[in-house]
Design a protein around this ligand. Structure first.
Ligand code: ADP
Ligand code: MG
Length: 250
């Protein structure tokens, strides 16, 4: 059982303070949704947790099983068990999915025997066309293919925690269902690192019909202004963000 604790994070980018004190705790097997309007700081939160350069953290901690990740470069955070699925997955010309995974396995001291077969099985499981496996990573993939491809990576790397930054953006309903179901399965099934803990950033309820949240948090202007169960996402769908815009931080 692992724990990801985000404690009192205040952070800025390009000289502007975006996160004004974020507290969140996610445990293995839990799915937490973070919902909020455009510009609320959702992607900034994912960047700060993962260590994207250019973001300045003024105070707070990001603890993975008690170890503060904030002093570590992104690749060490990944090795420690963190994984980010970005909103716009990077295209990597000349590198196939299997090449990339093989390098990631090496970096984690994991043997990559049988990797090609595991990739094929995962791809099949979420309807990612096997013909795409030999192509360069994400290059000229459709939105749905990119997110399926990222989900294959996530399933095989089996991190302790995954942050999904708008997994639902840029893909059709079938791809959304396949990817969201796979992540939901990962949160319910013991892997090499136990059950996957998930921080799912999204605008929309639709993702949460397949990826079932244990907790929903509403992020507005760099603060969490409401936290609750799945019913909070329904309330948001009904009332919009406006109802929360002027709420004090919880
Ligand atoms: P969200 O993901 O909730 O839509 P973001 O975290 O992307 O919001 O952005 C929050 C605010 O921070 C926005 O006003 C955005 O313009 C600003 N911001 C984010 N990244 C950068 C950056 N690299 N340089 C300048 N401003 C940024
Ligand atoms: Mg964003």
């Amino acid at each position: 059982m692992s724990t990801l604790e985000i404690k009192g994070i205040v952070a800025s980018v390009a000289g502007k303070q975006i996160l004004n004190g974020i507290d969140l705790t996610v445990r293995s097997g839990e799915v937490h949704a973070v919902m909020g309007p455009n510009g609320a700081g959702k992607s900034t939160l994912s960047a700060v947790i993962m260590g994207k350069p250019g973001y300045e953290v003024h105070s707070g901690q990001v603890l993975l099983d008690g170890v503060d990740l904030l002093g570590l470069p992104a690749w060490k955070r990944a090795q420690a068990g963190m994984h980010l699925v970005t909103q716009y997955p990077s295209e990597v010309p000349g590198v196939s999915l299997t090449d990339m995974l093989s390098a990631a396995y090496d970096a984690r001291g994991r043997a990559s025997d049988g990797l090609a077969a595991s990739v094929a099985a995962e791809a099949d499981r979420i309807n990612f066309p096997v013909a795409l496996l030999d192509r360069s990573l994400n290059v000229d993939f459709s939105g749905g293919e990119k997110k399926r491809n990222e989900t294959v990576q996530l399933a095989l790397l089996a991190p302790k925690f995954a942050i999904l930054d708008e997994l639902d953006s840029g893909l059709d309903l079938d791809a959304l269902r396949d990817c969201a179901r796979r992540v939901e399965d990962l949160s319910n099934t013991d892997g090499p690192n136990g059950r996957l803990g998930v921080l799912a950033i999204t605008h929309y309820n639709r993702l949460l019909e397949e990826l079932l949240p244990d907790r929903v948090h509403i992020l507005v202007k760099g603060r969490i202004v409401a936290s609750g169960g799945a019913e909070l996402a329904d309330q948001l769908e009904r009332d919009g963000y406006e109802a929360f815009t002027d709420a004090p931080a919880v």
